[in-house]
Design a protein around this ligand. Structure first.
Ligand SMILES: [Zn+2]
Length: 98
């Protein structure tokens, strides 16, 4: 039981998941898909929850395919988990699946 819980630790802790499509507010281009776990606002994109990225994820910033910066790389210290912190009002999100 304990190891099973750990395998999907973040999902279990945070509850329901939704698949979001993240796009640039400035130019409307799709940046990536993102699995958001739990409720509450979207302030960070954890790298392990990003999929179908249309842009490089290796840099210090996350930009849309047209080069608009939408987030900056951080390590979320509570979980030692690499993430991008979203800039205010930089992205739009659409729910694809719940
Ligand atoms: Zn853009």
């Amino acid at each position: 039981m304990k190891s099973k819980f750990k395998n999907d630790k973040y999902k279990h802790v945070r509850g329901a998941s939704r698949l979001l499509r993240i796009s640039c507010r400035q130019c409307d281009s799709v940046i990536c898909h993102y699995q958001k776990d739990g409720h509450g606002g979207l302030f960070r994109l954890y790298l392990d929850r990003i999929s179908n990225a249309n842009t490089a994820l290796e840099g210090k910033g996350l930009s849309c395919p047209n080069g608009h910066l939408v987030a900056v790389r951080i390590i979320y210290e509570k979980e030692s988990r690499p993430a991008f912190r979203l800039l205010p009002s930089a992205i739009m999100k659409k729910i694809l699946e719940t």
